[in-house]
Design a protein around this ligand. Structure first.
Ligand SMILES: [Ca+2]
Ligand SMILES: [Ca+2]
Ligand SMILES: [Ca+2]
Length: 174
């Protein structure tokens, strides 16, 4: 797909199963960020937003307790004019503090945290949602950054919650 010059990242996860080139994950345990076809949960997505693939915390299963896992984009050079993040999400969380956050990391400085840009991401969706576009903070201007999609669950095992699902992540220059 041809991208206009203002598109800094455009990831629909549909080219192949598994992480696209340059994407990484942090954390290991009984829940993991996975890329592929979602399903087999009571309240999670049964299809990706753009088919066939999306990202999810255990794509075909519920998440477990005491998890801290992150999905990181490749390094993105943010122009001095800044940039805006758009994405689709499907949430199914327990509502007891299990939640996602989106953070900006400094790709030139060992992925050190620059700023958290979206916090307390928890809900129970019944369809793919389009969150408000997020204008990246001024502190990201002119920097090489990664975006971190983090999911943390507390120590009580949920009964049947699908977790945090993402698709069609786009970063465009302002
Ligand atoms: Ca997709
Ligand atoms: Ca919980
Ligand atoms: Ca899941």
């Amino acid at each position: 797909m041809e991208e206009d010059l203002g598109t800094l990242l455009n990831e629909n996860f549909d080219s192949a199963e598994g992480l696209p080139p340059g994407w990484t994950t942090i954390g290991s345990g009984s829940t993991a960020w996975e890329i592929g076809i979602p399903g087999e949960t009571l309240f999670g997505p049964i299809t990706a937003h753009s088919i066939p693939h999306c990202a999810g915390t255990n794509l075909s299963g519920d998440y477990t307790g005491s998890q801290d896992i992150s999905l990181l984009t490749p390094a993105i050079q943010i122009p001095v004019s800044g940039a805006t993040l758009r994405y689709r999400q499907w949430l199914d969380t327990e509502g007891d503090g299990d939640a996602g956050t989106i953070r900006v990391l400094d790709a030139e400085n060992n992925n050190r945290l620059i700023e958290e840009i979206v916090g307390n991401i928890e809900w129970n969706d019944t369809a793919w949602d389009t969150p408000q576009p997020v204008i990246l903070p001024d502190s990201a201007r002119g920097k090489r950054i990664r975006l971190e999609f983090r999911f943390v669950s507390n120590d009580s095992d949920p009964q049947s919650f699908a977790g945090f699902y993402l698709d069609d992540i786009v970063v465009e220059a302002n």
